[in-house]
Write a protein that binds this ligand. Sequence first.
Ligand code: ZN
Length: 215
Amino acid sequence: MVQDQQGEILLAIKSDSRKEMKDASVSDLIMEYFRKHPKEDLKHDPVVDYVEKRYLKLYKKKSRDTWRAIRKLYQEGVLRKVKKGVYRYEPGLTKHRKLPEFSLAIKNKIFKRDGYKCVICGRGKEDGVEIHADHKVPIQKGGKNSLENGQTLCSEHNILKKKYSQTEFGKKFMIKLYKDSVQKHDKKMMDFTKDVFSVYEKHGIDNQIKKPDFL
Ligand SMILES: [Zn+2]
């Protein structure tokens, strides 16, 4: 058992160092096959056979994780899943991506834990806003559909969050707070947000987002 685990770890390290190249080529070969058969429901075996044969010819070694690469293409929205083990390529439809979501039970737990309110602005159903369960770490970046990885956001903040990473989102939010505080002549909040900007600067985080010009 221990040996098995070590073997797996070694394999993981080995495959990691070559991952980019290997992944790219396997994905390319998968897409080569799907592009030859657009708008067809394709099963596991013929796709894998094709990719493995092509790969062996090209690299003189066996390809690995072909099936996982197909699933990844599906998660990235390139392929459509028809049913378990059957995928389909629809040229031009790649924008309609669908990622795995929280289960209803987890969603309700997230809402309950957060008091059915947006964790950013504190608004909820009583304020007439819709609430959403958001992934703190996105699925594409390895985030899980777990209670710990979930947070409640209102529609407005959910859209903002989807557009930006966590830290970018934070900085944008601070910019909004800063502008509000200038309008309200709220010196305390102005000083606070200025300090936050300097923390971003100190750590070199999100320099691409320009902080407001201070008066
Ligand atoms: Zn909100």
